[in-house]
Design a protein around this ligand. Structure first.
Ligand code: NAD
Ligand code: ZN
Length: 252
């Protein structure tokens, strides 16, 4: 069911904004065929996250770690942005949104044309050498070998360029926080807001008087802080908003 009143209020809010920030989560990419965290919990039922999602797990068994992740890396070659990603990019081009803060590691906001994207949990699109720090594209690194990929410069093991469990977020999180501090509007798209410290950006914004809107198919922890909550599917909702604002929904 479409939340017409919610979409109306949200469209008006976006129309007034000049320094909007989008905060996106895994729900942004489900319409591109990438499962969100809830579905991935199924993955962790059969697989131990300590083995496959930590630095220690990678060092203890690099071949096992990469055998687990190889299909996810491979799927990145074929996934495409969905309508929602294109609308977010159009909002930036129209001068209504200044930055995207994303928890996603799939690179789809950039693929859709968003230019200022803070990837606070890193990216699966690149790997980095645990010896010399050299970065390489994941596609290139995985093409080299069947087992654990190695650095082309020094031969050391490489790691995914993402924040693994138990690791601190990099300086990109400070940039993301600054963009929220400077925002006149925070638009949360497709996140359960259960993962800290990113979820903390919502109370951070709200306590500074930055209006917050949340579009998600389920309730989130911070709905009570939001000025507008739209409980709906992202792609159709964002298409509707783009149409109301006279923006192209898709950049062809
Ligand atoms: P989450 O899975 O905790 O929450 C996603 C939310 O989006 C859920 O509440 C779900 O109901 C909602 N949702 C899913 N599809 C939707 C749709 N089409 N329309 C509207 N709502 C929809 O995701 P999170 O808050 O981003 O936290 C998960 C963590 O896992 C993050 O740290 C992220 O880095 C990582 N992750 C990333 C990806 C990716 O890069 N695409 C995918 C899975 C997990
Ligand atoms: Zn190296």
């Amino acid at each position: 069911m479409t939340d017409i009143d919610g979409l109306h209020a949200l469209t008006n809010r976006i129309r007034k904004s000049r320094r909007g920030v989008v905060l996106s989560g895994a729900g942004m990419s489900t319409e591109s065929g990438i499962p969100d965290f809830r579905s991935r919990m199924g993955l962790w039922r059969d697989a131990d996250p300590m083995r496959y999602a930590t630095r220690e797990g990678l060092l203890a068994d690099p071949e096992g770690f990469y055998a687990f992740w190889r299909p996810y890396f491979a799927s990145l070659a074929t996934v495409r942005p969905n309508q929602g990603h294109y609308v977010v990019a159009a909002l930036e081009r129209a001068g209504l949104v200044r930055a995207v803060v994303t928890q996603n590691v799939d690179g789809l906001h950039q693929a859709a044309g968003s230019s200022t994207v803070h990837e606070v949990h890193g990216t699966f699109r690149t790997v980095r050498c645990m010896g010399c720090g050299l970065r390489a594209s994941s596609a290139e690194a995985f093409a080299q070998s069947e087992g654990a990929p190695r650095c082309s410069a020094c031969g050391s093991l490489v790691r995914p360029d993402v924040v693994l469990f138990g690791e601190m977020l990099g300086p990109v999180f400070e940039d993301a926080t600054e963009s929220v501090r400077a925002a006149d509007f925070l638009l949360v798209l497709g996140s359960s807001l259960e993962v800290a410290p990113v979820s903390g950006l919502v109370p951070f914004a709200a306590t500074r008087g930055v209006p917050v809107a949340i579009v998600n198919r389920e309730p989130t922890n911070y709905d009570g802080l939001a000025d507008v909550v739209v409980r709906a599917e992202l792609g159709p909702s964002l298409q509707e908003i783009a149409a109301r604002l006279g923006l192209p929904g898709r950049d062809c």
